[in-house]
Design a protein around this ligand. Structure first.
Ligand code: F2R
Ligand code: MG
Ligand code: MG
Length: 322
């Protein structure tokens, strides 16, 4: 159990409403990061002021595949009261067929086609890329796993890996998903009174792959760097899980007290901006809770009511497992 004790202290001492606010903050934060970053995906670095201005100009903050797939993860965890790979794969396929225009990566639609032809959900992803995909598609959608299993590190890692296996069988894609889920769990347990240095130590002890350990180590130097572009230079900002997951965690750790600062910095890195900002937003929202997210943004978020409803149902289901 991760901090089984810490989890109980949070549930009893800080109150169920705080925990509920963290679940809501995490999923709304994820969707907002995705929506704010979407116009900048593939861009070079962008000044934060432009990110704020672009959000203000838009009538609707529309999200992309990152949120669409995270919604699928949450829907399946709720319906099955835990992980069921065949069910989760079916939900991904159903959701993709309803809204294929969300900007999915190249791999997942190929996976979905093959599952429909009868390839088992836990074997298909190995057929798409050599060794499986190390894209960030499993990490970008994994936050509901971090919420649901926040008290149990062993099961959190297992389910992060299993949920990744559907589309991202490469060990670096899976490890990125596990690290992002763990960051969300730590945010639920320790935020907002914990320290970035402590979280970095805990994440360093959690990861097993060297590229992630080295980047977590590098982050210690980046926490105080004046120029946010240093984050992209040293950690990367690309579609690969081993670039975008560390970048997202770093943007959060540089601004643990401000959702806006963390998420606009993540968007401003450019590169895979929607995905980095979505992962930063999930961690920051879980750390600070829903109250810390600007209402001017949540009011414009597409499908906000449904996303919040899912977060509350996930919270109820997770508590029901006690
Ligand atoms: N698809 C996009 N953005 C493109 C344009 C969207 C446009 N705005 C629109 O509206 O249409 N973004 C989304 O995709 C990313 C997640 O991708 P995912 O699910 O990881 O895809 P995939 O195909 O598994 O991997 C992505 C790329 O990584 C490289 N790669 C992965 N494994 C590899 C391996 N073993 N060997 C070599 N290369 C590997 C490939 O280049 C893959 O294409 C998110 O950004 C999401 O927002
Ligand atoms: Mg996307
Ligand atoms: Mg992206």
């Amino acid at each position: 159990m991760m901090g089984g004790k810490e989890g109980l202290i949070l549930a009893a001492g800080s109150g169920r409403d705080v925990l509920k606010g963290k679940f809501r903050g995490c999923l709304v934060g994820l969707a907002l990061g995705d929506a704010l970053g979407a116009p900048f995906e593939g861009a070079g670095s962008v000044d934060k002021r432009e990110v704020f201005a672009a959000a203000e100009r838009r009538q609707v903050l529309r999200y992309t595949d990152d949120t669409h797939m995270a919604v699928g993860v949450a829907e399946s965890l709720i319906a099955c009261r835990g992980f069921d790979g065949s069910h989760m794969a079916g939900i991904f396929i159903r959701n993709f067929e309803r809204e294929p225009w969300r900007g999915y990566g190249p791999g997942p639609p190929l996976v979905f086609q093959r599952i429909k032809l009868g390839v088992p959900w836990d074997r298909v992803a190995e057929e798409i890329y050599p060794g499986g995909s190390f894209g960030n598609g499993a990490a970008m959608r994994v936050a509901p796993v971090g919420l649901f299993y926040y008290r149990d590190t062993v099961r959190l890692r297992e389910v992060a890996f299993l949920s990744a296996q559907i589309t991202h069988a490469h060990f670096l894609g899976k490890e990125g998903a596990a690290l992002q889920a763990f960051a969300v769990a730590l945010a639920v347990i320790y935020g907002p009174s914990g320290s970035p240095e402590d979280l970095l130590e805990r994440m360093g002890a959690f990861v097993t792959e060297r590229v992630y350990r080295d980047k977590l180590e590098k982050m210690k130097d980046l926490l105080g760097a004046a120029d946010p572009a240093e984050v992209a230079v040293h950690l990367g900002n690309g579609i690969e899980a081993f670039n975008s997951v560390p970048a997202a965690i770093c943007c959060f750790l540089r601004h643990p007290g401000s959702f806006e600062e963390a998420v606009t910095e993540a968007v401003g890195l450019g590169g895979d901006a929607d995905t980095i900002a979505s992962m930063t937003g999930a961690i920051s929202g879980a750390w600070l809770g829903i109250e810390a997210i600007p209402v001017e943004w949540t009011a414009k978020l597409e499908n906000r009511d449904y996303i919040e409803e899912l977060a509350v149902r996930l919270w109820e289901t997770a508590l029901g497992q006690e």
